[in-house]
Design a protein around this ligand. Structure first.
Ligand code: COA
Length: 259
């Protein structure tokens, strides 16, 4: 598919989606949101794609936020609608994708950019990456899930401080906070993410989907455990569980079919 604001490529069943507005630090305007939504639908539906990477073009930014130039004409209704549309068509869709979607954060991940990375299943970053929710500088709050996803990840007190101060933190602070799983040199970033995805591709795809569903349904109450038990049971409806167990007992590598 051809896009105005995205570059996409598929290699080894990994779809790399690059937000391509480097002159505006890859800020998320209306077109980027619409095209990202289409690209994620493609990830969901294409038999050629097993997983995806989201990254930004250039060496400076992953995404420096929602496009601030589109904010001046908003009112309460259109502002809420903008957040809802982005949340439903992009951020939730990424978080709930049945296939792994990993953020390769190659520079500034601010505001909507930080939220985009947080919506992905996990984050690997380059040394120069920077994270922050600076919306309060603009009289705003995060609108693409930042108050929720950041709080889940770093806990209430750190989320309060980060969002109230708008502080921009380094990749290593973000790693210490549990936002980033691994930091690598910028020129190694995509290779590193691809290496992790290559490992995931050797596992049973339907089990991976259930892992995503269970972790997204994390809940301190019994409900989280009940959901996991139900999904565990459902694994036994798949051909892959029979292949996985047989392969172990026959001391060979499993060949999963995603069935
Ligand atoms: N929306 C729209 N345009 C943006 C943008 C955003 N979120 N972030 C950067 N840009 C644009 C700048 O306006 C500038 O465009 P111009 O060259 O036409 O003037 C271009 O991208 C380069 O940015 P610039 O600010 O000149 O780069 P810098 O290196 O001096 O600063 C940042 C980098 C990230 C610190 C700074 O761009 C910034 O603070 N951006 C906004 C971050 C933010 O508040 N995000 C949350 C939005 S809700």
């Amino acid at each position: 598919m051809q896009y105005q604001t995205l570059l996409t490529s598929i290699e080894d069943s990994i779809c790399t989606i690059t937000i391509n507005r480097p002159e505006k630090l890859n800020a998320l305007n209306k077109t980027v949101i619409e095209e990202l939504s289409d690209a994620i639908v493609e990830v969901y539906n294409s038999m050629d794609i097993k997983s995806a990477i989201i990254t930004g073009a250039g060496e400076k930014a992953f995404v420096a936020g929602a496009d601030i130039s589109e904010f001046l004409q908003l009112d309460a209704n259109t502002g809420e609608a903008l957040a809802r549309k982005g949340q439903e068509t992009v951020f939730d869709k990424i978080a709930n994708s049945p296939k792994p979607i990993i953020a390769a954060v190659n520079g500034f991940a601010l505001g909507g950019g930080c939220e985009l990375a947080l919506a992905c299943h996990f984050i690997i970053a380059s040394k120069n990456a920077k994270f922050g929710q600076p919306e309060v500088n603009l009289g705003l709050i995060p609108g693409y899930g930042g108050t929720q996803r950041l709080t889940q990840l770093v806990g209430k007190n750190r989320a309060m401080q980060l969002i109230m101060t708008g502080e921009i933190i380094s990749a290593s602070d973000a790693q210490q906070y549990g936002i980033v799983n691994k930091i690598v040199e910028q020129n190694e970033l995509l290779n590193e993410v691809k290496k992790v995805l290559a490992v995931i591709h050797t596992k049973a795809p339907l089990a991976i989907t259930k892992v995503i569903e269970c972790i997204n349904n994390f809940d301190y109450t019994q409900e989280g455990y009940d959901f996991e038990m139900k999904k565990f049971g459902e694994c036994f409806l798949t051909e892959d569980v029979k292949e996985g167990a047989a392969a172990f007992l026959e001391k060979r590598k499993a060949e999963f079919k995603g069935k």
